[in-house]
Design a protein around this ligand. Structure first.
Ligand SMILES: [Zn+2]
Length: 399
């Protein structure tokens, strides 16, 4: 990797637009422990952090080989451990350092995001309060629309217990058309009043992505006549998402869609084919490389110029997969469509995710230069566009 160091150094200071994050920063938070911070990470999904202080060695042995842990431990090492990754020996020292930081200067979350990561903007997906950025101007809110797929039932909720009627101006809708009109008004209001730049769909955690039953009549049966069978509910959901994609095109808002992992039954990106074909004016941002079915993104990005592959989460989830996927994606998607986001809950893990994408960019571009495909200036332009320029254009972010 002849050019790895040079590219890495060049990327250290570049501004970044982080396209996807769940970190609801609370500047006023008075205390948080290292154990609590680690619990709110992907390592915390896969390991019971309540035991980490009793037996730190077990955590490092069990999780140490994962991409999640590698970048997380590196991030803690850079931030609090003079460059030595978090390990069982320096765990107490780093834990104490975090405690002291909170006691003396308060939360360092924003400082890490802005000063260390150089995030100019962060697209915030607060799924407990869709569309809210909680007053932090660095955060651009995305409006998560999963709940609108549950509006056939007055009391329906999405997986985060958001009821659509709490976000519409009415307690019920008289017909499917009436419902779509109210959804449209809600999305337009979020754009105007709360500056949501995009919509977000994470429904792959609840159901498949094969949106194919587009039938207003059946959808109307579900909502107006309350005939709620698997068939009418499916038509309601599929037709609603199709209409939301059309609203997004009218309002010039990209639609971010979680693809790949989730409930795993038909959650690979190719399930979106019909929806994408029906909505040529909608900008579809497909998240996570559809991991582990990455070839789906390659196919869709090749055939549809309105498909924007977003690498968010992928380098942190599986660095090796991202290293394989990115060069294939560059081969077919061109310079201006690929973006990146951290997809994390804490600033420390976000920094780890940034270290991971920088590593992937340096490795992939070093190889492309060595093989004679790109010059160094072109490689750096591509890398900077993935981290910043492409998102700026896609989300119409002004200076
Ligand atoms: Zn996410």
């Amino acid at each position: 990797m002849k050019y790895y160091e040079e590219i890495s150094r060049a990327l250290e200071e570049v501004p970044v637009i982080n396209t996807h994050c769940h970190n609801v920063v609370d500047d006023k938070q008075s205390a948080v422990s290292l154990r609590e911070l680690l619990s709110a990470t992907y390592c915390g999904w896969n390991y019971d952090m309540s035991t980490i202080e009793d037996d730190p060695a077990r955590f490092f042995q069990t999780m140490g080989c994962t991409s999640y842990a590698y970048w997380l431990l590196q991030a803690y090492g850079n931030l609090y451990g003079n460059g030595t990754p978090l390990n069982e020996e320096n765990y107490p020292v780093i834990a104490k350092r975090i405690q002291t930081t909170y006691e003396t200067t308060g939360s360092d979350q924003l400082q890490i995001l802005q000063q260390i990561c150089h995030y100019q903007n962060i697209i915030l997906d607060d799924y407990k309060d869709p569309g809210n950025n909680h007053g932090y101007s660095v955060m651009l809110p995305t409006y998560r629309v999963d709940m609108f797929l549950h509006g056939y039932d007055k009391h329906g909720t999405d997986q985060n217990e958001n009821c659509p009627y709490d976000y519409l101006s009415v307690p019920a809708a008289s017909s499917f058309e009436d419902y779509v009109e109210k959804v449209r008004a809600s999305i337009a209001a979020r754009k105007k009043e709360m500056h949501c730049h995009s919509l977000k769909l994470a429904i792959a955690y609840e159901r498949d992505l094969n949106f194919e039953v587009f039938d207003e009549g059946l959808a109307d049966l579900a909502i107006q006549k309350r005939i709620q069978s698997p068939e009418t509910i499916r038509a309601f959901q599929d037709t609603t998402i199709d209409r939301i994609c059309k609203i997004a095109a009218e309002l010039d808002m990209p639609v971010q869609i979680h693809t790949g992992l989730g409930c795993l039954q038909e959650t690979r990106a190719i399930g979106l084919l019909t929806l994408i074909q029906r909505n040529p004016k909608t900008r579809f941002v497909l998240f996570h490389g559809s991991y582990p079915w990455m070839e789906d993104i390659l196919a869709l990005a090749h055939n549809f110029q309105n498909v924007y592959p977003d690498l968010c989460w992928l380098p942190l989830l599986s660095t090796s997969s991202a290293e394989q996927f990115l060069p294939q994606l560059l081969d077919i998607a061109g310079n201006r469509r690929i973006c990146w986001g951290c997809d994390t809950w804490t600033a420390q893990e976000s920094y780890g995710a940034l270290l991971a994408i920088r590593h992937v960019l340096a490795k992939v571009f070093s190889q492309k230069i060595e093989e004679g495909f790109y010059s160094m200036p072109y490689a750096l332009e591509l890398a900077k566009n993935i981290l910043y320029g492409n998102a700026k254009e896609l989300y119409r972010i002004s200076d």
